[in-house]
Design a protein around this ligand. Sequence first.
Ligand SMILES: Nc1ncnc2c1ncn2[C@@H]1O[C@H](COP(=O)(O)OP(=O)(O)O)[C@@H](O)[C@H]1O
Ligand SMILES: [Mg+2]
Length: 473
Amino acid sequence: MTNLGPASASGPAPGPPHRRGILLRSAGVRFALVYAAVFGISAFLLAVALWYSTLGLLQHQVQNAIHNDTQALMEHEQLGGLPSLEAAIRSRVTNASDPDGIYLLLSATGEILTGNLDHWPAGLTQDNVWYEVPVARQGVNSVALLKVQPLPGGLKLLVGRDVRARLELRNVLRAGLIWALSLMIALGLLGALLIRSLFRRTIRDISLTTSAIARGDIARRVPVSGVGDEFDELALTINEMLDRIARLMDGVRQVSNAIAHDLRTPVTRARSRLEDAALHASTKEEMQAAIDRATQDLDGIVSVFEALLRISEIEAGSRRAAIAPIDLAPVLEDMDELYRAVAEEKQIVLNTEIAAPLPVLADRDLIQQAVVNLLDNALKFSESLTVVNFSASLVDGVVQIVVADRGPGIAEKDRARATERFFRAEAARNTVGSGLGLALVMAVAQLHNGTLRLQDNHPGLRAVISIPTYNKR
Ligand SMILES: Nc1ncnc2c1ncn2[C@@H]1O[C@H](COP(=O)(O)OP(=O)(O)O)[C@@H](O)[C@H]1O
Ligand SMILES: [Mg+2]
């Protein structure tokens, strides 16, 4: 099933773009709106907190004072009866111990016995309930917080405080808060606009770059502001990805050039051999010889293609399945045995030193092939009567396989390129080979999370494959 299979097609399909407002389709606008909402809500909560921590507190204090005052007056009534209560009220009114204090004592028949209100305020019907109503005190209109306390014998005691001052404070505070809130809304919108343009600018950099690349300007990169923020991180990641793609494309281009270049020679040669034979061969044997040599040329080409495919396969990681825990020591011992004879033939001394055990997670065949390539090179480029050192050991949790010869080595400037496909140094042009050996060694090392290092052996080449060791735990 492909990615566009029925499962994704039957899911809740997102509405067509035109259904949503044209503005909401912009991610920048959405971010800005969220910002403005968060900003506005916090400003509103702040205002509410401010309101209740000032006016709410004041209201609470006034209510407490009225309550305590009422209790004190009731005590007078209980201890000394009505006369004592009346005296207490009169004393509070005349002494004006609290100039905002409001008192009114009503008889059962409804006439005013004492107090400092001109008449019973309208609307006060229930006992023990808080009222905030307009009152008239000695002809002056004001606002009071009041509570009615019923007394035995049908009397009613009204106790309260003039709260006009608090109302004024409330108006001032309300005006102030409205101003502050309007200012905050303006600031919130400004901030939202800022965020939107910031967002747009950053995204635009990225989309400009990517569309330039889509048009073929592969060298373009997303500008990095250097602030080190998330957008920078994104830009860096995108640039890294672009670099990698560019490197891969370079590799592909180089390999296809090399294939065309390197294979044209043997193909042309095979062709002219056959043509030559067709025109000039006079005997059946001559014809047969020409065909045989052409077949050899073609076989060489086929083996180059096979090697190329093998390297790609290894690089793609499709050989991972064959990786298993093994001991490399016996594998390398076998190689030593195999190459001892080849070395002897060339009068080269193969000096082998293999430690045991060498536990690794590895594909046996691939490691073998890689080591064969290194030994092949060492023997190919060595003069007779020289020594080739072949060693393997475990150093700091890493298995190191070293093949070191005393041949011409690889010049410093060529060392990095020696592992590229088809690379052959100038000096190697008249030796047999196609320049794929080290590329395969490199691919094998990387498949095993390892490395291939090419070093100067003073003189000669010292090639080191390092693979992390494996312990069963
Ligand atoms: N042991 C070595 N000594 C000197 N040069 C080497 C050695 N191994 C590799 N090279 C250089 O690196 C090139 C690439 O090696 P390789 O990929 O094995 O290709 P090939 O062996 O087919 O030439 C060689 O052509 C040669 O120039
Ligand atoms: Mg080689």
